[in-house]
Design a protein around this ligand. Structure first.
Ligand SMILES: Cc1ncc(COP(=O)(O)O)c(C=O)c1O
Length: 379
């Protein structure tokens, strides 16, 4: 139940990695940049992600990590909206989103500033000095999902460009970036897209911005003719100018194969199952666990993404015990037990089994053991 943090290993990805290592790298060596198509891997994988996020294949590219892409897209959007100074984001957004903005604004020495606002006040906070609104579409703890089209529309009416972090959305909920008029988006490859630990991330940029967008990490992979080895930077046409350095071929190949599980899948169907799984989990928790002090982290008036968090003062120890008993979720400080529902490979029986195991751990106080209270580096 942690595919929202690290998706399961697809058979196709394992087989592809073996082939890439043995044949393309082992035998082909550097020739594989041409012969095995490594040079176009980032654009090819981007095009495969595009239908999952409701974008045109030419609007998505694989690059770097989500953190780095946040820096690149927000900086790009801020330049497109020059004359305005503020970046607005949500208080309690995923830390890297805020940390990267702290870094960007510090680097800009006062030319850009970050304002972090309570969720309910975000739209009101947008003003004539706001350049960019940076939001995570599905909140990493609560699972609350913004209405992307409505938020984007309001932001645009106020002249603000929007960058969406789709880390907890891509591959689990229906997304329509183009239809919503979104400007930029970023997201992880290793969660619901099942690309493997540390898989590269993606960037979306609406085609209308391609001509004018200039991102600050102008590395040679974003150069129009990298193998001309000229001294000055000239960006590639289109989305590929958002890339920076050499594609991590092994990781990108794994992700490319992992994405084949989505071939021919309708995301509406995936979403329907996701909602049914989370609804069942919440109903079972409310029925069986009420006596043990759990609270479902609410989504307010927003829809829910594909994970559910339960709050409990002993959350860390309970999750550690649960993992020890074969139900893998995760813990998000200060007191959230987080459960992901990956519609492609989770069954309703898995949900029943998980709640039953949690019930047993509470009833027998299994969690109340010293070995479950010692914090690991990764929770
Ligand atoms: C909303 C969000 N953004 C970004 C990240 C991670 O970024 P990176 O892949 O750069 O570590 C996460 C990781 O969980 C996340 O939840």
């Amino acid at each position: 139940m942690d595919g929202n943090s690290l998706g399961a290993l697809p058979i196709a990805a394992r087989e592809r990695l073996e082939h890439v290592v043995k044949a393309e790298w082992g035998k082909g060596l550097i020739k594989s940049w041409n012969d095995a198509g490594w040079i176009a891997l980032n654009e090819r994988v981007g095009a495969k992600i595009a239908p999952l996020v409701g974008a045109h294949p030419k609007e998505v590219v694989l690059a770097d990590s989500t953190s780095v892409n946040l820096f690149k897209t927000v900086a790009t959007a801020a330049v497109l909206n020059a004359g305005r100074k503020k970046i607005i984001s949500e208080a309690g957004n995923f830390p890297t989103d805020l940390y990267m903005m702290e870094g960007l604004t510090a680097f800009m020495k006062g030319d850009l500033e970050l304002k972090v606002t309570a969720r309910d006040d975000i739209l009101e906070a947008l003003d004539e000095d706001t350049a960019v609104l940076l939001l995570t579409h599905v909140h990493y703890v609560s699972g609350a999902m913004f209405d992307m089209a409505a938020v984007t529309k309001t932001a645009h009416e106020k002249g603000v460009l929007v960058v969406w972090d789709l880390s907890h959305s891509a591959g689990a909920v229906t997304l329509a970036l183009s239809e919503a008029g979104a400007d930029f988006a970023v997201g992880c490859g290793y969660k619901y897209l099942n690309g493997g630990p540390g898989a590269p991330a993606f960037i979306y940029a609406a085609e209308r911005h391609h001509g004018a967008m200039a991102q600050p990490l102008s590395g040679w992979f974003g150069h129009k003719c990298p193998f001309d080895f000229v001294d000055t930077f000239e960006p590639k046409d289109g989305i590929a100018r958002m890339t920076t350095g050499t594609t991590p071929v092994l990781a990108a190949s794994a992700l490319e194969s992992a994405l084949s599980v989505f071939d021919g899948l309708d995301m509406e169907t995936v979403r329907t199952k996701s909602v049914a799984l989370t609804d069942l989990f919440i109903a079972l928790c409310e029925k069986d666990l009420g006596a043990y002090g759990f609270t479902v982290v609410p989504c307010g008036d927003d829809a829910r993404g594909s994970h559910v968090s339960l709050m409990h003062d002993e959350g860390y120890a309970i999750m550690a015990a649960l993992i020890d008993h074969g139900v893998i979720g995760d813990f998000r400080a200060p007191n959230n037990l987080r459960f992901g529902f990956t519609p492609l490979y989770m069954s309703f029986v898995d949900v029943w089994d998980a709640v039953e195991t949690l019930h047993r751990i509470m009833k027998k106080k299994i969690w109340d053991h010293a070995k479950y209270k010692e914090r690991n580096a990764v929770t």
